[in-house]
Design a protein around this ligand. Structure first.
Ligand SMILES: NC(=O)c1ccc[n+]([C@@H]2O[C@H](COP(=O)([O-])OP(=O)(O)OC[C@H]3O[C@@H](n4cnc5c(N)ncnc54)[C@H](OP(=O)(O)O)[C@@H]3O)[C@@H](O)[C@H]2O)c1
Length: 262
């Protein structure tokens, strides 16, 4: 789908990749609907975008996507405003680094709710209208973590395995309907993600610097991939190559290398 003139709903628009999606779509979209908890950040972004693009319609929705009733409320508000969303970017997400046995149960629940439940609920809400209009694109922000079980990142990787699997299956269901579904699977990106995923009093564990891809590059690849209807996007040569190898690896070998990894 060509993204010019689209009405895009971007979750997690207050930081990182979500904010970058808004910036890169600003010169092309007609309407941007920004969703996250930090309203002040999104208001700043709205001011920045409308300064550069005065005709752009930017609306801000404060919503905690770990609260089912707020996800419902968001849907109702958007419906009341009569907005026709043709580009849904399910981007909001969070991680939690450390062993599962010592995880904060509330954090685990929030991760499940934001990364999978809210994403599924928003997709269910907007997909039927896209199919009826024979026009739409859904971009689910997954991760390279979706391709392999990861110790000390067990729940996060499992939520992203859900996102990639769900996106692939949905894509098959809507084939030839005019709607595309894409899973974006980045490797490490410098955003607030690592700080949010860090538990108190635990040392920061970062991937080697050469595996990082900039948010600007991730989003550029993603938007191009959506426009060409790609199923899965893995930005960056290093991650694309390593994930190709991972996906070809026999399970016992994958288990062994994952166990030996840092
Ligand atoms: N950075 C990476 O290395 C990396 C790699 C692969 C995949 N990803 C994925 O990329 C996506 C974006 O992450 P990022 O790197 O941009 O991280 P980020 O800088 O931490 O941004 C996360 C966004 O999600 C929003 N969010 C978190 N919890 C929320 C909640 N309960 N309700 C509403 N919004 C919530 C945050 O907004 P508020 O806090 O204002 O609510 C923020 O806008 C995530 O799905 C992440 O899993 C990131």
């Amino acid at each position: 789908m060509k993204l010019d003139g689209c009405t895009a709903l971007i979750t997690g628009a207050s930081a990182g990749l979500g904010r970058e999606f808004a910036r890169q779509l600003a010169g092309r979209a007609e309407t941007l609907l920004l969703v996250a908890r930090r309203k002040d950040r999104m208001e700043e972004l709205r001011a920045e975008l409308t300064r550069s693009f005065p005709r752009l319609n930017v609306q801000v929705f404060e919503s905690d996507l770990s609260r089912i009733e707020q996800v419902e409320q968001l849907g109702k508000e958007l419906e009341r405003d009569g907005l026709r969303i043709d580009f849904l970017i399910n981007n909001a997400g969070l991680g939690d680094r450390g062993h599962f046995a010592t995880a904060n149960p509330q954090r685990v629940q929030d991760m499940l709710l934001v990364n999978t439940v809210a994403l599924t609920a928003l997709t269910r809400r907007y997909l039927p209208a896209m199919i009826a209009q024979k026009r739409g694109a859904i971009l689910n922000v997954s991760s390279c973590a979706s391709f392999l079980p990861m110790k000390s990142f067990a729940v996060y990787a499992a939520t992203k395995a859900y996102v990639t699997s769900f996106s692939e299956a949905l894509r098959m269901e809507v084939a030839d309907s005019g709607v595309t579904v894409t899973a974006l699977c980045p490797g490490p990106v410098h955003t607030e993600f690592d700080d949010v995923a860090l538990r108190p009093n635990e040392p920061q564990q970062k991937a080697p610097e050469f595996t990082y891809v900039s948010a600007e590059q991730v989003v550029r690849h993603a938007l191009k991939g959506v426009e060409s209807g790609r199923p899965i996007i893995i930005p960056g040569f290093a991650m694309k190559l390593s994930m190709t190898i991972v996906r070809l690896m026999p399970a016992p070998f994958l288990r062994l290398t994952s166990r030996l990894a840092r």
